[in-house]
Design a protein around this ligand. Sequence first.
Ligand code: NDP
Length: 322
Amino acid sequence: MKAILVRQVGGPEAMELVELPVPQPKANEAVVKLAASGVNFIDVYQREGRYKVPLPFTPGQEGAGVVTAVGADVTSVKAGDRVAWSHFLGAYAEYAAVAADRLVSIPQGVTDQQAAAAMLQGMTAHYLSHDTYPLKRGETALVHAAAGGVGLLLVQMAHNIGARVIATVSTDEKAKLAREAGADEVILYTQSDFEAEAKRITGGKGVDVVYDSVGKTTFEKGLSVLRPRGMMALFGGSSGAVPPFDPIVLTQKGSLFLTRPSLGNYIATREELVARSGAVFGMMAAGKLKLRIEHTYPLAEAQRAHRDLEGRKTTGKLLLIP
Ligand code: NDP
């Protein structure tokens, strides 16, 4: 089978298209023939070595397709089932062996591509808006990189809850998409000071929560736009990692809460994984969550997908098609 392999961490060129044997399932695994693999920013961190993965490895944390074989202990799925997963490495390939308890069924009416696009970023948007800081109607959220993969889904969920959404994006095209997703206010943070703008928009009151996936370039100012006892949910570092930080700043800015959550801790049990993915698929079925799958690439063009994602050229979801 064709697969992407990273032998040494580095730039996009570290991803090679190679021929590997089709994996055989271990006792607790199912082998899935991929219809689509999701591209996520975490793939970039792993490829460049910011997040450590034993070498060599096949990147990709998310996929969807059809089960072709199962291990001796697997009873939850069988050959022919349509399944999807996230948070299990090895999806940039034609086939992947996945722990069966990480697989969820794809409901009727949801295509394989939609499932691959919704799992990781959809469940992330869900836990952030429903669990990390459970937004309430009438509250105000600041969502950075609002036209990105997680961003567009998070804006929709916050809007559906009835929260007021202030979005930041880098271009007019992205601003339009954020508005269509339900953002009430959009700030071009590459052209104006989002701290001053967010304070102006909230009449100096500050926002209840900042959902920050951008990190290095936004974190510090984000703390300054929170209301007293508001929450900074720092969930990524697309612009780079946040430098070391003195917690006394949280006191000085108004007894703030800071969390650095990760999806893995919010789908740690089988029950939570099934409930959260089910909630996301349910929103899609009800027409309340629209996916934007503008960017599909052949598996062989994984390097180009990474260059586009890192180059801020993309909106919504990127998929690799084996
Ligand atoms: P996105 O589609 O959001 O792409 C990243 C976006 O970040 C860009 O489009 C860009 O939007 C913005 N950005 C700002 N500064 C930079 C920069 N210097 N370089 C590149 N991009 C920049 O990616 P994903 O939706 O896949 O992921 C978003 C973030 O969420 C990532 O940091 C990822 O690690 C994190 N994440 C965290 C999870 C968790 O559980 N903790 C789970 C899933 C994702 P613009 O041009 O508008 O500025």
